[in-house]
Design a protein around this ligand. Structure first.
Ligand SMILES: [Zn+2]
Ligand SMILES: [Zn+2]
Length: 229
């Protein structure tokens, strides 16, 4: 497997990694097996855990996260790391289709009910204008198409531009995110999943989860393509 993709990735039906026929899915079976799947993982924060039967890691048991459950299809490691980067910064949208489909395969197999509403983490309007697209919305559309879920990109708005969080501690990130989101629609009684490309400390998803709960959401999950571990 190569950790970058070029021409093969844009041709439908071919594996995004090796270019072999992939039968309409984004990655062939051999390359999919070699990806850094994030399992088993803590159901609270999606950090890898040793024992599959362990529902919550020690940290979540002591200090539960602001969402009810977290899911990360992958660990943020090569070649998924490059795919996320390509989607986010280089407008390489085939990586969004690939990551979304692979996430959907895992989610389709879970025994728990799926959410009633998918809310992509919104970008601040200035960042959206600069980038031209929201990578979380692209992932959400892919998941929605495969899992027959409803996406509402306008359900939440980022009302405050936040500084880049690279290099900040968990506490600084949490503080930095406070009040960053406004939920624009009532969520009374709804089971929602928030969607982002990457989870690092969970501060962004945590803050959006709090805003959704304040809007009445009954259950809030945090879904990402990849977890920084
Ligand atoms: Zn392949
Ligand atoms: Zn945990």
């Amino acid at each position: 497997m190569v950790d970058d993709s070029t021409a093969a990735a844009v041709l439908p039906g071919l594996c995004a990694y090796c270019g072999a026929p992939a039968g309409g899915i984004a990655v062939c079976a051999a390359c999919a097996r070699a990806l850094p799947w994030n399992a088993p993982a803590c159901r609270g924060c999606a950090m890898p855990v040793a024992a599959p039967e362990q529902a919550l890691c020690a940290e979540c048991a002591a200090d539960p996260p602001p969402f009810d459950a977290a899911f990360a299809a992958f660990r943020f490691e090569p070649p998924v790391q490059q795919a996320v980067h390509g989607l986010k910064y280089e407008a390489r949208f085939h990586f969004g289709r690939m990551l979304g489909r692979l996430m959907a395969q895992r989610l389709a197999a879970r025994p728990e009910p799926l959410p009633e509403l998918l809310i992509p983490v919104p970008l601040h309007r200035r960042r959206l204008a600069r980038r031209g697209y929201n990578q979380a919305l692209l992932l959400a559309r892919e998941l929605a198409a495969v899992l027959a879920l409803r996406v509402e990109a306008g359900a939440a708005r980022r009302c405050r531009a936040t500084a880049d969080q690279i290099g900040q501690s968990r506490r600084e990130r949490r503080h930095n995110m406070q009040g960053a989101f406004v939920v624009e629609r009532p969520l009374a009684g709804l089971h929602v999943a928030l969607l982002d490309d990457v989870m690092t400390t969970g501060a962004t998803l945590g803050e959006l989860a709090r805003a959704c709960r304040a809007a009445g959401a009954a259950r809030v999950e945090a879904w990402v393509a990849a977890r920084v571990v």
